[in-house]
Design a protein around this ligand. Structure first.
Ligand SMILES: CC(C)(COP(=O)(O)OP(=O)(O)OC[C@H]1O[C@@H](n2cnc3c(N)ncnc32)[C@H](O)[C@@H]1OP(=O)(O)O)[C@@H](O)C(=O)NCCC(=O)NCCS
Length: 264
């Protein structure tokens, strides 16, 4: 925490699961306020009924959209990384967050592709007229071998409400089934239409996570100057470091990987 304090944070952020009262009490006693509720949901893959979604394949053909996986793009020699990085940043602008989203440097984004949970064939990209227009991906849970996490699902604004997100998710669920995965987990800000879309696919809610934030104030209640910030940070960091539960709000962890999906 002392090292992080040197970076001059003004906000601490943490998360607590809504069915774990102690965690919420811990943060609330220390002045943290709730800012966002992420509804977590899970699909038991064997329970998925593809029949109501049979229309998605024809619909994508009708609108001229093709779904490709990373290995398919590589086999065709497509330079997919930079365009996917750009697409995910564009989509992240519309994902509810507490802070404006800044673009992660390309080199750091690429590092995520070496994460042990990365599954190239579970990265589905929707393409229209050679342009990337939508994405979803599944990542292997490292803790549970039969579980997959969903990362960012999104569609460019001009192509929304055409069934593309549904089509992408159906493809991903079918892949999970073919891999023998038991369950897919995802989480969405509770009012994001993505949550209802997931419910229609058969995802069932499990306990949600609250985001909590605490702004550091100086004794006058003002936002501290950089110098004061550092001073107060040290005090706060020393007091709270022992809990191991407090995070300092840093840079965006990754456009695209639903950071929480990987983190939790
Ligand atoms: C959420 C998102 C992925 C939906 O993509 P999409 O391709 O438009 O979704 P679909 O066309 O498959 O929608 C299926 C159904 O979901 C519902 N739905 C989708 N978007 C909706 C919206 N903005 N408002 C209300 N309902 C919506 C509708 O019932 C829709 O069916 P309909 O168009 O026949 O009424 C898209 O809005 C998006 O990219 N948002 C920004 C990124 C994001 O927040 N992703 C989720 C977090 S990971």
């Amino acid at each position: 925490m002392t090292d992080l304090a040197e970076r001059g944070p003004r906000i601490f952020e943490s998360n607590a699961r809504e069915d774990r009262q102690e965690g919420m009490d811990f943060l609330e006693k220390r002045g943290y306020k709730r800012t966002m509720r992420d509804q977590v949901s899970e699909l038991v893959v064997a329970d998925f009924d593809p029949a109501p979604f049979g229309w998605t394949t024809d619909r994508m053909t009708e609108i001229g959209v093709e779904m490709r996986t990373v290995p398919e793009l590589e086999a065709d020699g497509v330079d997919w990384k930079r365009e996917l990085w750009e697409l995910e940043h564009e989509l992240m602008q519309d994902v509810p967050t507490d802070d404006p989203v800044t673009q992660q440097p390309f080199e750091r984004w690429v590092e995520w592709l070496t994460h042990p949970g990365f599954i190239p064939e579970a990265y589905f990209i929707a393409i229209k007229d050679d342009r990337f227009v939508g994405v979803t991906s599944l990542w292997q849970s490292l803790a549970e071998k039969d579980k997959l996490h969903t990362a960012l699902t999104g569609v460019v604004r001009s192509m929304r409400r055409k069934g593309m997100a549904t089509a992408l998710k159906v493809r991903a669920i079918e892949l999970a089934r073919d891999r023998g995965s038991r369950v897919i987990r995802t989480d969405n800000e509770e009012k994001n239409p993505m949550y209802d879309l997931n419910v229609r696919l058969g995802f069932k809610p499990v306990p949600a996570w609250w985001t909590y934030r605490k702004e550091l104030k100086n004794p006058n209640g003002d936002t501290p100057t950089p110098r004061g910030t550092r001073h107060i940070q040290h005090a706060v960091a020393r007091r709270e470091a022992g809990s191991g539960r407090v995070q300092v709000r840093g840079r965006q962890s990754r456009p695209g990987v639903h950071a929480r999906a990987v983190r939790r």
